[in-house]
Structure formats: structure tokens, C-alpha cells
Design a protein around this ligand. Structure first.
Ligand code: G3P
Ligand code: MG
Length: 252
């Protein structure tokens, strides 16, 4: 029997070779054949959905200060590529819509909502509402997977969209409570920290009916070890390496 294809998710795009969460990184992941890219979203001061991992712009741009302190126009003036390599200077922080527009419809998008962008009062322009709306308007037929470490965000996403794929992120190993949370959300997958993942957890979550896709696995030996443990995919900075391993497994 042919082994099932693994879902290789390019973490912040092809971030091993490009500045993370930029259009260059997402296009490189698509070019490498990644079936899905992962990105992080948060809100600007004027409540626009932008793609950046940290709460501050300092590490990945030439600016300083919290993302939530900039309007979209102000953020767009920052360089988001030169910190990684001068060859990428001119890259900008993309909006979520710009990523949808930049990628072919065959590439899935795993949208990770940063808990810091979520407001408990759930206003009309709440990040969850905007992400669900933008996905409905721009995704076309491509696969969308909405994830968060902030499980309250995921409950709100589920209330808004009964059919969207949800992934539950966790930095802690799964417990019976985690299984109940995944059930309550009718989750597509469980995304655990690879550093703490073992075979028993993979078996427990898969037996409960949830795919297991750990983050962030970069070493080829580790990717192979997780594949053999029975995970359904990996979130990796180097999708090309992971795809080569999956292909090698298929051909065995
Ligand atoms: O979605 C998996 C992974 O991106 C979670 O961690 O901190 O890289 O967003 P982080
Ligand atoms: Mg992320």
C-alpha cells in the first residue's frame, strides 16, 4: 500500500531561505512545491490584518515599536527583507489579502491568529471576524486552515464559520482536555511543539480522530523520525527538504 502523503506546511513561508512572512518567502514555498504555507496575522493600529510574527517590528524590519502602534501605511514604509539578506531589501510586511493574491489557488494557507490581536469583547472588526471574512472572500477553492494558541479565538472562529478547517496549536503535550477541546471545535488537526511530542501523544490524538502536525521541524533526521512516528505532516522552515523525504518514502 502507498503511504499517505504528508502535509508539508512551510513555516512563515520558505523561511530557511527567505525573510519570514514576506511575499518572497511565500512564493519560494510555492515554487518548492509546498502544498501549504503557514503565516501569522495580527492587527495594525487602523485594524488592518497584516502578516508578521512578533508583536513588535524590531526583529524583522528596520523599524522599532509595536505593530499595533503603526497604521498600515506606516508599516508599509518599513523594510522587511534586508535584515535577512541585503538581496531581499525592499520586501514589505504583506497584508493577508496580498498573500492570497500572490499565491496560486493550489497552495493552501494556514493562518495563525496571534492571541495578542484578539479582543475579548469581540468587536465588529475583531481579528477573527476579519480573518473569516477575508478567507471566505479570497480563498477560492484553496485549502484554508485557521490556527491559534489562543483557543478562545478558535471558538469564535468556529461560531463564525461552521465548516472552516481549524488547527489547535499547543506548546504543551496533549491531555484528555486537549482532546475535548479538539472535539468541541471539530478540529482538522492538532499542532504540537515538536520538542515535546512522542509516539503516545501522536497515537492518542490520531485515535481520537485528529491529524497531528508538529511545529517546527527542520532537521531532516527529525522530520524522518516524526514521519515514522505517524504524524500527518510537519510545519517546517525548509519545505523542500521535507518534500524530498516524503517523496523518498513514497518510492520505497
Ligand atoms: O503554526 C505553527 C507555528 O508557527 C507556531 O509557532 O511562534 O512560530 O508562530 P510560531
Ligand atoms: Mg506561526
Amino acid at each position: 500500500m502507498m503511504p499517505e502523503k504528508k502535509l508539508i506546511i512551510a513555516h512563515r513561508g520558505f523561511s530557511a531561505g527567505c525573510p519570514e512572512n514576506t511575499l518572497a518567502a511565500f512564493r519560494a514555498a510555492e515554487k518548492a512545491g509546498a502544498p501549504m504555507v503557514e503565516l501569522d496575522v495580527t492587527l495594525t493600529r487602523d485594524r488592518q490584518v497584516v502578516v508578521i510574527h512578533d508583536d513588535a517590528v524590531d526583529r524583522t524590519t528596520d523599524g522599532k515599536g509595536p505593530v499595533a502602534g503603526f497604521t498600515l501605511d506606516e508599516l508599509k514604509r518599513l523594510d522587511a527583507g534586508a535584515w535577512f539578506d541585503p538581496g531581499f531589501s525592499g520586501e514589505r510586511i504583506p497584508t493577508l489579502i496580498e498573500v492570497f493574491d500572490a499565491l496560486g489557488k493550489g497552495v493552501g494557507i494556514n493562518i495563525e491568529i496571534k492571541g495578542s490581536a484578539a479582543a475579548p469583547e469581540f468587536p465588529p472588526d475583531a481579528v477573527e471576524r476579519q480573518v473569516v471574512r477575508l478567507a471566505a472572500e479570497h480563498a477560492g477553492h484553496r485549502r484554508i486552515l485557521i490556527s491559534s494558541f489562543h483557543w478562545a479565538c478558535l471558538s469564535r472562529v468556529r461560531e463564525l464559520a461552521s465548516r472552516v478547517n481549524i488547527a489547535v496549536l499547543s506548546s504543551e503535550p496533549a491531555t484528555a482536555d486537549a482532546v475535548a477541546v479538539c472535539r468541541g471545535l471539530n478540529a482538522f488537526s492538532w499542532h504540537p511543539d515538536c520538542e515535546k511530542l512522542d509516539g503516545a501523544e501522536v497515537a492518542m490524538m490520531r485515535d481520537a480522530g485528529f491529524r497531528v502536525i508538529p511545529y517546527t521541524v527542520n532537521d531532516p533526521g527529525e522530520i524522518k523520525r516524526f514521519f515514522e512516528m505517524g504524524v500527518d505532516g510537519v510545519i517546517t522552515d525548509d519545505p523542500a527538504a521535507a518534500l524530498r523525504l516524503d517523496l523518498a518514502a513514497e518510492n520505497r
